[in-house]
Design a protein around this ligand. Structure first.
Ligand SMILES: Cc1cn([C@H]2C[C@H](O)[C@@H](COP(=O)(O)OP(=O)(O)OP(=O)(O)O)O2)c(=O)[nH]c1=O
Length: 192
């Protein structure tokens, strides 16, 4: 049995290391991440994780883990900004408001799939023009859903969350550990 991480996200690799896990292979899946017309953020996020886990090649005994993190402002999905202008517009939309960060996790072994999603409410303080332009110039928003990363300088913009910090970063550790154990991956092995 091999443990395969189906993700190109360095954050997910780091978070797994927190559980003492090093994947035997890393195979980022290639899927179409465009939301369907009228698709709501939570079902979209769950569908992404499910499609990712189905797209990763693995032997029937292997355990495959994939996840998707989606930022939702009301019914709107804020994906990864295409450029600095879009990153700035996302920050202006979230400034002084609450949004939700949804992370869906899917684990597959053969034909069986175990899945969970975790919704975290996040409040962003009201941002000044200077804060927005400095953050956009930092490039830290690149490759991040919603155009910010709570674990980086944008942590200074987040006075309050209700939910799971690790889920906002990309992988809810408590739920991930439970899913991996359900799929038969040994965790919490004692070092002799
Ligand atoms: C909101 C937020 C997102 N993110 C990141 C986590 C994810 O890497 C990314 C959301 O994009 P995802 O599509 O979930 O993941 P990915 O494209 O980086 O990697 P893969 O599909 O191969 O697994 O945003 C943070 O690092 N910090 C945050 O605070």
């Amino acid at each position: 049995m091999a443990f395969i991480l189906g993700s190109g996200s360095p954050r997910r690799l780091d978070l797994l290391a927190q559980l003492g896990l090093t994947p035997d292979a890393v195979r980022p899946p290639e899927i179409d991440e465009d939301p369907r017309k009228g698709e709501l953020p939570r079902p979209y996020c769950a569908r992404m994780a499910r499609e990712k886990v189905q797209a990763v090649e693995a032997d029937p005994e292997d355990v495959v883990l994939c996840a998707d993190t989606t930022v939702a402002l009301g019914r709107r999905i804020l994906g990864k900004p295409a450029d600095a202008a879009e990153a700035e517009s996302f920050l202006r939309m979230m400034s002084g408001r609450r949004h939700r960060v949804i992370t869906a996790v899917a684990v597959r072994r053969g034909d069986r799939v175990w899945e969970r999603d975790v919704v975290t409410q996040v409040r962003m303080k009201r941002l000044s023009d200077a804060e927005i332009s400095a953050y956009v110039a930092s490039e830290d928003w690149r490759g991040k859903a919603g155009g910010y990363a709570i674990q980086g300088p944008a942590g200074a913009f987040i006075p309050w969350i209700n939910g799971s910090f690790t889920a906002v970063v990309g992988l809810p550790l408590a739920e991930t550990a439970t899913l991996l154990q359900a799929a038969g991956l040994p965790l919490w092995r004692r070092v002799a």
